[in-house]
Design a protein around this ligand. Structure first.
Ligand code: CTP
Length: 397
């Protein structure tokens, strides 16, 4: 699966650099094309000659090499993936903070390809708040962090922080590049669109949701090999062919359809703008004008996300949306906790080009610690990719 894929492997100063040697061997055996950048610190652990011999490519290390300039911009464009393995605490910190003091950093800062990071460090360094912050920043930049292993460390201690094994990294890379990162066989449940609450046979209470955001998320999961069920309120958007779509009209129908699938779902994303109120009574005949006003009595609908939050097991990932017009962050975090979701995606109606009807959206994703991943305004398709990547990162934590 890696045949012909271009991998830019960056090796930094860590005892796990010896494992990168095995990784290069595995990559070349899989017929990937490998270019290697080493930091000066990495060379204290393994000789560049070992890498250049295995990769059949000169190891790059300096921005300037006598009269030649290493073209860091083209390196990041050449690669299908930039993989930093091992990624030392120092390199992670520099990447998170945009420091540009060596070839690796310059290449990273100008890379247009996906970036994958396999951290390697001692447990206490791994758990230090500064490292946690840096790792979170890297996730916010949209990079993929490979899980660290729990085991024997260079310090002689045992704990978390060991770099993933070369075989694990290879497998991860294969799945990543085939676009199926751990999602084949996964069951995904998405709600999307508005709901319409009938007042009488011809009128209803609805909202401006088009269903575009939820449909884009369903598409993105399906493209990565997952089995996707979409519970869709009234929407004129085309439904994806490789997604099982259940069409509903009211909040109550959405509730019932949803709980036919929820207990089997690995990841659930609630993008629907479910009506919060529904008429207490639906008139059987069209209501006629009678006087100057009409009073409608409304009752609350059942909150699908809250119920799912009560029922979910620790294996299930539950993601909600919050569409806000004021105190956006505080309201989103309140929803996240009150509804017991794992992540909440905030879009604010105060941002131009965000929310209902548009082809673009601007989102922030919050976890239960209140960490925020803030994204630029993008097409809903690109936003869906960011959301799916963030969920995968969350699952890998
Ligand atoms: N939601 C739901 N069922 C409802 C209402 C909302 O599943 N009856 C879900 C939405 O799909 C969304 C999240 O809850 O993922 C937040 O929806 P939102 O309408 O922003 O929040 P509400 O709880 O309805 O709060 P309010 O309208 O008061 O802001």
């Amino acid at each position: 699966m890696l045949k012909g894929r271009k991998i830019l492997l960056c090796v930094t100063g860590s005892i796990a650099a010896y494992k990168a040697v095995i990784l290069v061997r595995l990559l070349t055996k899989a017929e990937a094309e490998v270019k290697i950048i080493m930091t000066t610190a990495a060379m204290d652990f393994v000789s560049p000659l070992t890498f250049s011999t295995l990769a059949k490519n000169k190891v790059l290390s300096n921005l300037f090499d006598q009269e030649t300039w290493a073209n860091h911009v083209m390196l990041g464009r050449w690669a299908d993936a930039m993989l930093i393995a091992p990624a030392s605490c120092n390199t992670i910190s520099k990447m998170a903070n945009g420091i540009c003091d060596n070839l690796l950093q310059a290449t990273y800062l100008s890379a247009t390809c996906p970036v994958l990071i396999a951290p390697a460090m001692d447990e206490d360094m791994w758990h230090h708040p500064a490292t946690k912050r840096n790792i979170n920043l890297l996730k916010q930049y949209g990079h993929t962090i490979l899980p660290v292993n729990d085991g024997e460390l260079a310090s002689g201690l045992t704990g978390e922080g060991r770099m993933a094994e070369p075989e694990e990294i290879l497998q991860f890379l294969e799945r990543f590049l085939s676009g199926k990162l751990s999602l084949a066989g996964k069951k995904i449940l998405i709600t999307a669109g508005p709901t319409y609450e009938p007042i009488d046979p011809v009128r209803f209470i609805g909202n401006h949701s088009s269903g575009k955001m939820g449909i884009s998320i369903a598409n993105e999961f399906a493209a990565r090999g997952a089995e996707v069920t979409l519970i869709l309120g009234p929407s004129s958007e085309t439904v994806p062919a490789n997604v099982t779509t259940i069409k509903v009209t009211t909040a109550s129908e959405m509730f019932d359809a949803f709980f036919n699938y929820f207990d089997k779902s690995d990841i659930t994303v609630m993008a629907a703008a479910v009506a919060d109120f529904t008429p207490d009574n639906i008139a059987l005949q069209k209501i006629k004008k009678n006087g100057d006003e009409l009073a409608l009595k409304l009752k609350n609908t059942k909150d699908i996300l809250s119920k799912a939050g009560e029922m979910k097991t620790h294996k299930q990932v539950l993601v909600g949306f919050a569409l806000e017009t004021e105190n956006e962050k505080a309201n989103a975090l309140k929803k996240l906790h009150n509804k017991n979701a794992d992540l909440i995606i905030l879009n604010s109606l105060n941002d131009n080009g965000a929310g209902f009807g548009h082809d673009t959206n601007k989102i922030s994703i919050f976890n239960r610690n209140g960490d925020e991943q803030l994204f630029e305004k993008k097409s809903k398709k690109e936003v869906a990719t960011d959301i799916v990547n963030a969920i995968i990162n969350f699952k890998n934590e």
